[in-house]
Write a protein that binds this ligand. Structure first.
Ligand code: GUN
Ligand code: FE
Length: 424
């Protein structure tokens, strides 16, 4: 048994009552066992967190670890050109080692900026290497091999037959789903409708039900993509996914920038989840997703940085700020306040992943995934009243991350990611 006692932090629980108080958190193995104003229990490790802010670790619900190495090489294009001219050729050139290091580099960046859980999408080949990196690094992850069995413009190394795509996915699922006491889970990842046959999508529907795993895909990110889907399938994107029977509560859709009223109703009725990627939507000139409207409809929304080339950054602090700012310029100052954005980055992400009973808030019984911030540099005047939500969303940066704990293990402290070379 291992135990950690965190003393004297300002705790932002992000629980249903949104409680914030100064106190202690006691962790045993991978669980939060006790929280309160003062806990006196012996522990293997005591962290003095006085003056620091403790939060649930951030949850990013759309990431491509395999693209970390492409940062800075894929700029200033819209989605379909960017995929055809940059991303797909780069993914096609990946080998076992480059996928491993791309994942490891991305995970290091995520952990050191306070992200403890991701939903990730790999490339067609070498996904095994990415899972090795995820297992070693200690991050909590739902990931899978990308599936692409359709499209003449896809480079040859990424083209796969329906049966090979399905078989490789099931093999990876059987090996990795549930690894590390459930820290690693598998999701089927048909890339987007444009790159998938109806046969593949139908099989994915059945396999996701059979294995009780999620389906992670892109949808309605860009107008050109939507036109391609309409011209080939005769329907709008989400209408088509519903027609196939894929629209259900296991489906996570990245982007959803351009939705018709009918599509919003399908998402709501079927309990489909949405990932907002504000940085990516800006950099690829995709548009501004109508997140306030989706949230008013009680659709569950998380946040993700997308791949590193989508904004040269995997930092949740930046994504939170962008998520707030792009709505403010459109709809006024209050529509996306700091509290709402921080909730989207924590409990919102947990709901999108169907893990709201395990992660997303600091409560006894939940998994011990926490981030400790040292914001002192910014607000030191002792009697100055500040709004803690605003401080975290607008003042915190990667360099304010003090300690990160995932599944009860300290994975970052003293400005170092500790787990990157842990053998499995
Ligand atoms: N749509 C299909 N593939 C991708 C991808 O790799 N990134 C983004 N942003 N959108 C996509
Ligand atoms: Fe993406």
């Amino acid at each position: 048994m291992s135990s950690i006692l965190i003393k004297g932090a300002q705790i932002m629980t992000m629980n249903a009552r949104e409680e914030v108080y100064t106190g202690d958190v006691y962790i045993e193995n991978n669980l939060i066992i006790q929280m309160g104003p003062s806990i006196d229990l012996p522990a293997d490790r005591v962290i003095d967190a006085r003056g620091k802010v403790l939060l649930p670790g951030f949850i990013q619900t759309h990431i491509h670890l395999c693209q970390t190495l492409f940062r800075g090489r894929a700029d200033d294009m819209e989605l379909m050109d960017w995929l055809r001219k940059r991303i797909w050729p780069l993914e096609a050139a990946h080998d076992e080692e480059s996928v491993f290091y791309s994942a490891l580099l991305g995970i290091g960046e995520l952990i050191s900026s306070g992200t403890t859980t991701i939903m990730d999408m790999e490339t067609v080949n070498h996904t095994e290497s990415a899972f090795q990196a995820m297992a070693q690094s200690g991050i909590r992850v739902i990931s899978g091999k990308v599936m692409m069995d359709h499209g003449s413009e896809v480079p040859i190394p990424l083209r796969e037959t329906t049966s090979v795509s399905l078989q490789q996915s099931v093999d990876l699922l059987e090996k990795w789903n549930g690894f590390g006491g459930g820290r690693i889970q598998y999701a089927f990842c048909p890339r987007f409708v444009v790159s998938c046959t109806e046969e593949l999508l139908t099989e994915v529907r059945d396999l996701s039900a059979q294995y009780h795993v999620r389906v992670h895909t892109h949808a309605s990110e860009n107008r050109g993509e939507i036109e391609l889907v309409e011209s080939e399938r005769g329907m709008r994107n989400i209408v088509y996914l519903d027609h196939i029977g894929l629209a259900n509560s296991r489906l996570v859709l990245a982007h959803c920038v351009w939705l018709s009223e009918e599509e919003k109703e399908i998402i709501k009725k079927r309990g489909v989840k949405v990932t907002h990627c504000p940085g990516s939507n800006l950099k690829l000139a995709s548009g501004i997703a109508e997140i306030p409207d989706l949230m008013n409809r009680q659709i569950q929304v998380g946040i993700g940085a997308d791949g590193a080339p989508c904004n040269n950054n995997l930092d949740m602090f930046q994504e939170m700020r962008l998520a707030a700012l792009i709505q403010k310029v459109q709809h006024g100052p209050t529509v996306m306040d700091a509290r709402t954005v921080l909730r989207m980055a924590t409990m919102g992400g947990a709901e999108v992943l169907g893990m709201e009973r395990e992660i997303g808030s600091l409560e006894p019984g939940k998994k011990a995934d926490l981030v400790l911030l040292d914001l002192d540099d910014y607000h030191t005047y002792p009697s100055y009243e500040t709004d803690i939500y605003s401080r975290v969303v607008y003042s915190a940066t990667r360099s304010t991350v003090d300690t990160v704990i995932i599944d009860g293990s300290i994975v970052f402290e003293n400005r170092k990611v500790l787990t990157m070379d842990r053998s499995i």
